[in-house]
Write a protein that binds this ligand. Structure first.
Ligand code: ATP
Length: 193
C-alpha cells in the first residue's frame, strides 16, 4: 500500500488544516524540538485505528484534539484523513474524527464504518498503527545502539520477513524426517533383494 497524503485538522499542534504529501520510498521528518514531528507520526497511527491513548502520549483519546494556547481557543474536534493507493491500485481514503464527548467515528471512501473495519484494512504486517515501518525518534537511537543480531531482527521485522525463519525451521525438520524415512526405506528394499 502506498500512502499518498495525510491531512490533519485540529489534531494536537496542527490546529489549522495541514497537508503532507508522502512520496514513494522512505520518508523522514526533521525539524526543531517541539515542532510536531512525533504528532505527525501519531496522526498516521491514529487514523489507522490506534486505540491506546497512552501510546498517543495522552491521558484520554480526546487529548489529541487541539487543546488551545494563550492566543487560540481549543477546538471541538480533530480529524485526520489518510489517502492511499492499495496493492490493487485502487484509491483508499480513511477518515477518523473525534469530537469532545462523542468519541471517534471512521469513514472509508465516504462510508461510515466501524473501528474494526479500519483495523482489518491495515491488518497486514507492513501497515497498521503498530507497523515496524513507522520509526519514532527513540527507535532510531535503538537501531543505532543495537547489537548486529538485534538490528537484523528489527530490519527483518520492518521488511515483514521475520516469519520466514519459523517456516525455514519447519521445512528443515520435515526434510530431516523425510531423509530418515528414505534411509529406512532403502534398508527395507536392500532386505528384499
Ligand atoms: P521533539 O523533537 O522535542 O520530540 P517533536 O517535533 O516530535 O518534538 P511533538 O512532540 O510532535 O514535537 O510536538 C509537541 C508539541 O505539540 C508541543 O508543543 C505540545 O504542546 C503540542 N501539543 C501536543 N498535544 C497538543 C494538543 N492536544 N493541543 C495543542 N498542542 C499540543
Amino acid at each position: 500500500m502506498h500512502f499518498r497524503r495525510l491531512k490533519l485538522t485540529g489534531f494536537k499542534s496542527f490546529v489549522e488544516p495541514s497537508e503532507l504529501h508522502i512520496e514513494p520510498g522512505l520518508t523522514g521528518v526533521v525539524g526543531p524540538n517541539g515542532c510536531g514531528k512525533s504528532n505527525l507520526l501519531e496522526a498516521l497511527r491514529w487514523v489507522m485505528g490506534e486505540s491506546s491513548a497512552k501510546s498517543m502520549r495522552g491521558g484520554g483519546m480526546e487529548d489529541v484534539i487541539f487543546a488551545g494556547t494563550s492566543g487560540r481557543p481549543a477546538r471541538a474536534f480533530a480529524e485526520v484523513v489518510l489517502q492511499a493507493r492499495t496493492h490493487d491500485d485502487e484509491e483508499l481514503e480513511v477518515v477518523r474524527r473525534i469530537e469532545r464527548g462523542a468519541g471517534s467515528a471512521y469513514r472509508v471512501n465516504g462510508r461510515d464504518v466501524r473501528a474494526k473495519d479500519v483495523a482489518l484494512i491495515f491488518a497486514d504486517a507492513a501497515t497498521g498503527a503498530h507497523s515496524p515501518a513507522l520509526v519514532s525518534q527513540g527507535r532510531i537511537a535503538a537501531v543505532v545502539a543495537a547489537k548486529p543480531a538485534e538490528r537484523r531482527a528489527m530490519l527483518e521485522d520492518a521488511a515483514g520477513i521475520s516469519g520466514l525463519h519459523v517456516r525455514r525451521k519447519d521445512a528443515e525438520q520435515k526434510l530431516r524426517a523425510t531423509e530418515t524415512n528414505l534411509a529406512r526405506l532403502e534398508d527395507i528394499m536392500a532386505g528384499l533383494d
